[in-house]
Design a protein around this ligand. Structure first.
Ligand code: NAD
Ligand code: TDX
Length: 360
């Protein structure tokens, strides 16, 4: 592991989203190391300033509403705050929405990320020798760029060929290629990570775990796509954020790192487990199990069968492994949602949520 000084002046994009807000909180909670953290977020339907409300008084945190593709804005932020690392979380992140309408995914995930990298490159070009060497452009990608695994296939490695299947995955894959090219062609010190399905606090309730939790509590159906045997690997967001910081501090520019939770679970088993945990924590007055709310619905078009990540590289090179087991992480996550109903209520009462989530 290198002993370079970790970045201290960060531009974090998408910091009002699920993973970004967890990252901002973890990063600022570190006793030392962060002088400035500029959070650039467009506040799409998924961006929620309430995710960071508890950090409002931290003088190191600056929020700017804007688009990662806005070159003038990004250039100004980079130079004004003497940024030494960009961490790009900003994205359209929901696969179902990419199937309904792919264009916003191309605009933000591909064109936006490309422009962000280009603007960072122009800024980096103008830095002095030491600053150029220390600068990092971290691009948060996904395991979905590798496509779909059969039950007996080995997990995705960093060298697995790309085979994106959804418009979302295709838009992320394209941005990965541009980031890779920025390193290969121009020497921009880039880092790319591929992680599996994150879960934890502040996740927008269109994604599987919070959607099922809130539907269960509201007495609504729990819609399992297809036969429910699709497999996802679940990574607690705190473990993901820790991995990002390790890569940022000690990763090798131009390299790619896989991050996985080592928790492969079939969707139907996950939803049954969640129902059983809720039966214990919030039993229905009539004694019925939440599992009775499970319904099998039409499958997602092009639904990837299985994701799994081989994270031997980050374990060997940076000493990272997930700390959270799925049992402990799921319990904590359920507890967080039960304790934070005002946060979820504020989302489910928006017009967006009424349309998409079927909220009353
Ligand atoms: P999210 O949808 O919760 O948050 C995305 C954030 O980006 C929001 O705050 C939104 O307002 C902001 N944003 C969107 N377009 C923007 C733009 N053009 N300019 C600036 N800000 C913009 O997403 P998430 O789940 O936190 O995912 C974060 C990143 O991690 C994404 O790049 C996603 O592809 C990747 N990822 C997520 C998961 C997961 O399980 N959630 C897994 C693998 C990879
Ligand atoms: O209502 C549902 N019913 C259901 O069965 C929903 C919303 C999902 N599912 C299934 C589809 C998937 O097999 O659950 C699984 C997880 O679905 P999502 O939460 O939509 O996540 P996924 O499609 O796997 O993608 C996620 O992980 C990779 C993130 O949304 C992406 O941003 C990330 O890159």
């Amino acid at each position: 592991m290198s002993s370079r000084t970790a970045p201290r002046r960060l531009l974090v994009t998408g910091g009002c989203g699920f993973i970004g807000s967890n990252y901002v909180r973890e990063r600022l909670a570190q006793a030392e190391g962060t002088e400035v953290l500029v959070n650039l977020d467009l506040l799409t339907y998924a961006g929620n300033p309430a995710n960071l409300a508890d950090l409002g008084n931290d003088p190191r945190l600056l929020f700017v509403r804007g688009d990662i593709g806005d070159r003038a804005l990004v250039a100004d932020l980079l130079s004004r705050h003497r940024i030494d690392a960009v961490v790009n979380f900003a994205a359209e992140s929901h696969v179902d929405r990419s199937i309904d309408g792919p264009e916003p995914f191309v605009l933000t995930n591909t064109l936006g990320a490309f422009r962000l990298a280009e603007t960072a490159r122009a800024y980096w070009n103008g830095l002095g020798t030491e600053e150029r060497a220390a600068f990092r452009f971290f691009h948060v990608s996904t395991d979905e760029v590798f496509g779909s695994l059969s039950p007996d296939d080995p997990p995705f490695r960093e060298t697995t060929p790309y085979a994106p299947n959804s418009p979302y995955a295709a838009s992320k894959a394209a941005s990965d290629h541009f980031v890779r090219a920025a390193h290969h062609t121009y020497g921009l010190p880039t880092l790319i990570s591929h992680c599996t399905n994150n879960y934890g606090p502040y996740q927008f309730p269109e994604k599987l775990i919070p959607l099922m939790l809130l539907n269960a509590l509201d007495g609504k159906p729990l819609p399992v796509y297809g036969d429910g045997t699709n497999v996802r690997d679940w990574l607690h967001v705190a473990d993901h954020c820790r991995a990002i910081d390790l890569i940022l501090a000690h990763g090798t520019p131009g390299e790619v790192y896989n991050i996985g939770g080592l928790n492969e679970v079939r969707n139907i088993d996950l939803v049954r487990e969640l129902a059983a945990l809720l039966d214990g924590l919030r039993p229905h007055a009539d004694g019925k199990s939440y599992a009775e709310q499970i319904v099998f619905v039409a499958d997602r078009p092009g639904h990837d069968r299985r994701y799994a990540i081989d994270c031997a590289k980050i374990a060997a090179e940076l000493g990272w492994k997930p700390r959270e087991t799925f049992a402990s992480g799921l319990r904590k996550t359920i507890a967080w949602y039960l304790e934070n109903r005002p946060w979820t209520d504020a989302i489910t009462q928006t017009r967006y949520a009424r349309e998409r989530l079927g909220a009353a």
